[in-house]
Design a protein around this ligand. Structure first.
Ligand code: AMP
Length: 395
């Protein structure tokens, strides 16, 4: 059954409880450094205002671990949203409780209230019926526009919508994410290539295995690549490696061979002596192996060239995870090179995951991509399973 859509509901003068994802990055002074997630929620919020709804927004921010923590207050988000909407956005003192209820019950159609951080209550992450029913009292309709949190069975994303039955819908951002990611699961335009990077191979094994039945080619860079390189019998020095996954890596390489999926591992590697941006560094061919005391920091220039050439034939590309330790300028070149290549392709290009999205944004290339997903883990799990609990519950 498809997800209930926002347009199918009568929203006029209704109190609409909207789960958004305003988990934005903040600097040390509490200033928002990237407001993409707030901007992405604007179409739903503006639509609700236009329909004359009373808009009650709820989100988490950071990891306050179940108690009030000023540094995780949603106050900067309320201010930023107010600027973007050019209207007053009130921040409630909490997400439940008497004072919040009084504020919500006094709302007029078109008003916008942002509830304080859901994660100030431990019951958000450990689903709790009582917490869900207190939140439910605030709204007559529930909308979920927080795709990036839809893979989690938390109170606000999973328990709460079940209390609204047919009055629970998906927002426009949720719809957009599903529309762009579903073809990757069902009918990608071919050739379909996936590029995976980053550090956490274990958390990406699920999607890696799921992709083996979908892709025509797989490019593995970043820290993940070294488990595969070591599994091929090449010394990797001090590079990142999940030794307990070496057999799994061998199995994946074998499956690629059996299914004639072209597997691309870095041809050359930028290696450094020590984990700083001032460490001595050089580029070596992968086949020569890495000397002891050195570690792989980024894919090399030849790899970027080779992969860029191969990617030219793509009809669809999904990319998740940086190609190197891109936080250090010297080791960001591989990630930037891949971002530039993808931005110039005549193909459907979909990027998910904080770091790869940040690289695309830093280079101001986002307009050249078909879709920039707001969800890292959520996008990976959607591709792996074809659905997410926070979406299923809206059907
Ligand atoms: P993930 O959350 O798994 O996507 O990992 C992102 C992290 O991977 C970033 O912080 C990168 O610095 C890190 N990373 C990328 N390449 C490497 C590498 N060669 N060695 C260690 N860490 C890496």
């Amino acid at each position: 059954m498809p997800m209930t859509s926002l347009q199918s509901l009568d929203l006029k003068e209704k109190r609409v409880l909207v789960r958004v994802d305003f988990n934005v990055p903040l600097d040390k002074s509490g200033n928002i450094t990237d407001d993409t997630r707030i901007r992405q929620a604007l179409p739903t919020i503006k639509y609700l205002i236009k329909q004359g709804a009373k808009v009650i927004l709820m989100s988490h921010l950071g990891r306050p671990k179940g108690s009030k923590d000023e540094s995780s207050s949603l106050s900067p988000c309320a201010d930023r949203l107010g600027e973007l909407l050019e209207r007053d956005v009130k921040l409630a003192p909490d997400c439940i409780g008497k004072a919040t209820q009084t504020l919500v019950m006094a709302m007029e159609p078109g008003d916008v209230v942002l509830l304080e951080n859901l994660r100030f209550h431990k019951e958000e992450e450990s689903p709790d019926d009582e917490f869900a029913s207190q939140l439910a009292e605030l709204g007559e309709i529930y909308v979920n526009d927080a795709f990036a949190t839809a893979h989690r069975k938390h109170t606000s994303t999973y328990l709460l919508p079940s209390l609204f039955q047919d009055k629970a819908a998906g927002g426009f951002l949720m719809e957009k994410e599903i529309n762009h990611l579903t073809p990757l699961v069902l009918q990608p335009k071919r050739p379909f290539y996936a590029i995976l990077g980053g550090a956490k191979i274990e958390s990406k094994l699920g999607v890696l295995n799921a992709l083996l039945s979908k892709v025509d080619g797989l490019f593995i860079g970043g820290g993940m690549a070294f488990t595969f390189i070591k599994a091929s019998g090449i010394p990797i020095g001090n590079s990142l490696c999940d030794d307990h996954l070496l057999d799994e890596a061998r199995r994946i390489m074998q499956t690629c061979e059996e299914k004639a999926i072209k597997l691309w591992l870095p041809k050359d590697i930028m290696i450094g002596r020590g984990f700083t941006d001032e460490a001595e560094f050089k580029t070596v061919p992968t086949k020569d192996g890495l000397p002891d005391g050195w570690q792989g920091m980024d894919i090399g220039e030849e790899t970027v060239k080779e992969w860029s050439e191969a990617l030219k034939s793509a009809a669809t590309v999904f990319w998740n995870g940086p190609m190197g330790i891109f936080e250090f300028e010297e080791f960001a070149k591989g990630t930037q090179g891949i971002a530039e290549t993808l931005s110039g392709l005549d193909a459907d290009t979909i990027v998910g995951g904080g770091d790869s999205v940040a690289a695309v944004n830093q280079l101001e290339l986002s307009k050249n991509f078909t879709h920039i997903s707001t969800g890292g883990g959520a996008a990976l799990e959607f591709i792996e399973h074809g659905h997410l609990p926070g979406i299923d519950i809206l059907s």
